[in-house]
Write a protein that binds this ligand. Structure first.
Ligand code: PLP
Length: 459
């Protein structure tokens, strides 16, 4: 495959789902009804849905076959055993707890380890991770390396954690107050950027030295493995699967949203090495999620998850996945669209602060781009900037996020090359009409995860 310029989708299409083609007038009225927040749009109003790569994968014929043989027994189902074995072999961790998605695992594990006075340290906490930690009363601190904060600077592993800061923070806060260190691979909120094995080893050594838990937020561990194989010396001859296994083995446990690299629409799990901690989590799981052999999942979900978690490591799939995401990014970059560089695994991140440098951060340039992409091409994306991470000071003034990004998250195995060409064409229009884009103000917002439900008005 590597010798060709054109990346073909390494699959044929057996079943199709229609896309409703809308006019720009229709889209404007849909957007107004959705209060300029694309999370509030109906999916039928969207042509290309780049809102998220979460739970939006197309399953394979094999996974659908697995759905039919899923065992729906309450306890000890065959499908659970299939899932447990698959996760155990990958992670090397002795305890696996099924959850209905990633955040359920986060609430259980970080809720238990968290609470007032506790501190969690990550390269970058994903929004649900941060919300669960803060909801427990604990503090969440991000310490990605400096290069990871600079959208233009090339670094092969911009998701790496700053190990000097890590050690200093553990000493400052006291090891006994650290809830956990969480390595997010790839670093979703930091641009889908990978974490190197070397960095994982260093973080692991520091955590061991101080007796602090290290967990892997392993949603995109296969995509991360692709980058390690192709960018980190010493891994050229390892399989993607072996690389992922090695990474898991450097940690004490993991939380996974299977809606990403397990290629399913719903599911997740926690893995742990420590029996006592696993038992505490199991009790919490049974109270709110379900019995320990299904945790809120149907047998068929667990069957599809087990199959997907193996398929995702197939070299043709991963090559197509990472290269096709990069293709979109490279074309946009050639056109002069400012974006996060290099291109990450699951998404292209546009630097809206630079693209719309006439819109101040208080007027949310990222949200403005999100609205323009929808109006011009029916493309749904998400702001990862001050709408998602902004806070207010005591006077109610916005403390902006460090970056104003817009994420084009690519669902797995869903869109074809011509869809991508269409998106590139929409960006040509975005570039032509750059100066006419307008900022927004928030007119209604909730306390947590405000990007999901906030309402906006155009300024
Ligand atoms: C999606 C995601 C989560 C949360 O998982 P859900 O399945 O959406 O609850 C946590 N961490 C990262 C890095 C994610 O991408």
């Amino acid at each position: 495959m590597e010798e060709f310029k054109t990346i073909i989708e390494p699959f044929k299409i057996k079943m199709v789902e229609p896309i409703k083609v809308s006019t720009s007038d229709e889209r404007l009225s849909y957007l107004q009804q959705a209060h300029y927040n694309p999370f509030l749009l109906k999916s039928d109003e969207v042509m290309i849905d780049f809102l998220t790569d979460s739970g939006t994968s197309a399953m394979s014929a094999n996974q659908w076959a697995g759905i039919m043989v899923g065992d729906e027994s309450y306890a000890g189902a065959r499908s659970w055993n299939h899932m447990r074995e698959t996760v155990e072999t990958l992670s090397g961790h002795g305890y696996v707890l099924p959850t209905h998605q990633g955040r359920a695992g986060e609430r259980i594990l970080y809720g238990f380890l968290g609470g007032k006075g506790k501190v969690f340290i990550s390269n970058t906490h994903f929004d649900t991770t941060r919300a669960n930690i803060e909801f427990s009363g604990a503090e969440a601190i991000d310490i990605v390396i400096e290069e990871g904060k600079n959208p233009r600077e090339f670094h092969p592993f911009k998701g790496n954690m700053d190990v000097v800061k890590l050690e200093a923070l553990i000493q400052e806060k006291g090891a006994e107050n650290i809830g956990a260190v969480i390595l997010t691979v790839t670093n979703n909120s930091g641009g889908g950027q990978p974490v190197s094995m070397e960095n994982t080893r260093q973080v692991s050594a520091i955590c061991k030295k101080y007796g602090v838990h290290l967990f892997l937020d392993c949603c995109r561990v296969a995509e991360n493995a692709y980058f390690i194989k192709h960018r980190e010396p010493g891994f050229e001859n390892h399989t993607y699967y072996e690389i992922a296994q090695e990474m898991f083995r450097l940690t004490d446990g993991s939380v996974m949203s299977a809606k990403k690299d397990a290629l399913v629409n719903m599911g997740g799990f926690i893995t742990l090495k420590d029996e006592a901690l696993a038992n505490e989590c199991k009790n919490l799981l049974i109270i709110t999620e379900g019995f320990a052999t299904y945790g809120g999942l149907s047998g068929r979900d667990m069957e599809a998850l087990a199959i997907g978690l193996k398929e995702v490591f197939e070299p043709d799939y991963l090559h197509y996945r990472i290269r096709s995401t990069a293709f979109l990014g490279e074309r946009l970059r050639d056109m002069g669209v400012p974006l996060m560089w290099p291109i990450g695994g699951h998404a292209v991140y546009i630097d809206a602060k630079e693209l719309y440098d006439h819109i101040p951060v208080q007027e949310y340039p990222g949200q403005a781009l999100v609205c323009e992409l929808y109006k011009k091409g029916g493309i749904r994306t998400v702001e990862i900037g001050s709408v998602m991470f902004g806070k207010y000071d005591n006077e109610g003034k916005l403390i902006p996020a460090p970056m104003e990004l817009v994420r084009l998250a690519i669902p797995r195995r869903v869109y074809t090359q011509s869809h991508i060409e269409f998106v590139i064409e929409v960006f040509e229009k975005i570039m032509q009409d750059k100066a006419s884009a307008k900022g927004l103000k928030i007119v209604e917002e909730p306390l947590f995860l405000r990007h999901f439900t906030s309402k906006f008005e155009q300024l």
